[in-house]
Design a protein around this ligand. Structure first.
Ligand code: AHG
Ligand code: MN
Ligand code: MN
Ligand code: MN
Length: 342
């Protein structure tokens, strides 16, 4: 076989198993999730032609999720696709989702395994109806030994316990970005063949950056250190940072973090007075932790502004956290502004 042949996700995962980085069960679980993401990509790609745009629920009666958000049809459809794909997957003891109030143990009518899967089935839902990139985020933990029917509390493991994490971004191309703890790697969907092909082995985030991603419309609600941190960036090279910055904000975490994994930058959704009582905007278990694992494996950093994200001890399945992640030196700078203020 020619060595220049493209490397499929399947081959990559078999190589990871041969290297002792993953077990066969985890390899097969990742393949199930990747297949589900391909199905979601097809649904997302149909747009207005697929009858999948707009809000879920019935006219005038929104379908609300536990987050207090009005669900989009694609939130619900993507969630169902991931549930159905994993029902007969045979590698899970349980799963949890942004779109479900509580976790679900795999019923014994189905084959079961030893992993716990958490996911944000559709990230960036507010962008669906305006045809801007959205994505799916997933995180894999081990089910604690001796637990046959996992409940919410068995999912409450810090991000350092993740055995795999990834996202699929449904953009101009559909890309799967994955880590199993040995680097962060990108695969692009070959739509003609229907398989993910390795397109970047070992993504690396530049340590410095001139680009930040934050929703500055919340500026007046931020804590003082965040106002000072962004204020100093906005004064450009004449100011204390000594350089000009650029801004990008897609409002799909997957799209913003993918840009940062690709060319550097810092992504932040800090505490503000609107979301402080909830602990933040973004969810730890299926947004911040998987993205932090991917970013750290690519040489970046991820904190809450006060501590390393992956060391946060979860207190609830839908726990929210302030988020700073991306180029290592910039995240350290932003975190220093917060620590100096405390
Ligand atoms: P989701 O669509 O899964 O609920 O997540 C949306 C999140 C995240 O993707 C994005 O970075 C952030 O919400 C955008 O928040 P704003 O709309 O407040 O900018
Ligand atoms: Mn949502
Ligand atoms: Mn999300
Ligand atoms: Mn979502």
């Amino acid at each position: 076989m020619s060595s220049s042949a493209s490397i499929s996700l399947t081959r990559f995962l078999i190589e990871e198993e041969r290297a002792g980085h993953i077990h066969a069960d985890l390899r097969l679980l990742i393949e199930v999730v990747a297949r589900a993401c391909k199905t979601i990509s097809i649904a997302v790609g149909k747009g207005a032609l697929g009858g999948v745009l707009g809000d879920a629920g019935t006219p005038g009666v929104a379908s609300m999720n536990i987050q207090g958000e009005a669900q989009k049809k694609l939130d619900v459809l993507s969630n169902e696709i991931l549930l159905e794909a994993n029902a007969w997957g045979g590698h899970l003891a349980g799963l949890a989702s942004e779109e479900m109030d509580h976790s679900q143990a795999i019923p014994d009518v189905y084959p079961r395994g030893n992993y716990l899967l958490m996911f944000d089935p559709l990230d960036g839902s507010s962008n669906i109806d305006v045809n801007i990139s959205v994505g799916t985020i997933f995180s894999v933990l081990r089910c604690p030994d001796g637990v046959v029917t996992p409940a919410d509390e068995h999912f409450l493991q810090p991000g350092t316990a993740q055995v795999a994490a990834g996202y699929c971004t449904y953009g101009p191309s559909t890309m799967l970005v994955l880590t199993v703890g040995h680097g962060t790697h990108a695969f692009t969907l070959d739509r003609e063949v229907g398989s993910f092909v390795l397109t970047t082995r070992g993504m690396r985030i530049p340590e410095e950056t001139r680009e930040f991603a934050v929703n500055v419309s919340n500026q007046r609600f931020w804590e003082a250190p965040m106002q000072r941190y962004v204020g100093d960036m906005l004064t450009g090279k004449e100011g204390p940072r000594g350089k000009d910055f650029n801004m990008r904000w897609v409002a799909s975490m997957v799209a913003d973090v993918h840009r940062i994994l690709t060319r550097g930058g810092i992504f932040s959704y800090p505490l503000d007075s609107k979301c402080r009582d909830k602990g933040g905007k973004l969810r730890l278990m299926y947004e911040a932790n998987p993205m932090s694992f991917l970013v750290e494996q690519a040489g970046g950093a991820a904190t809450t502004g006060r501590m390393r994200m992956l060391e946060v001890q979860p207190t609830g399945l839908h726990m929210r956290v302030p988020v700073f992640m991306g180029s290592k030196q910039e995240v350290e700078t932003a975190t220093r502004y917060h620590r100096e203020h405390d």
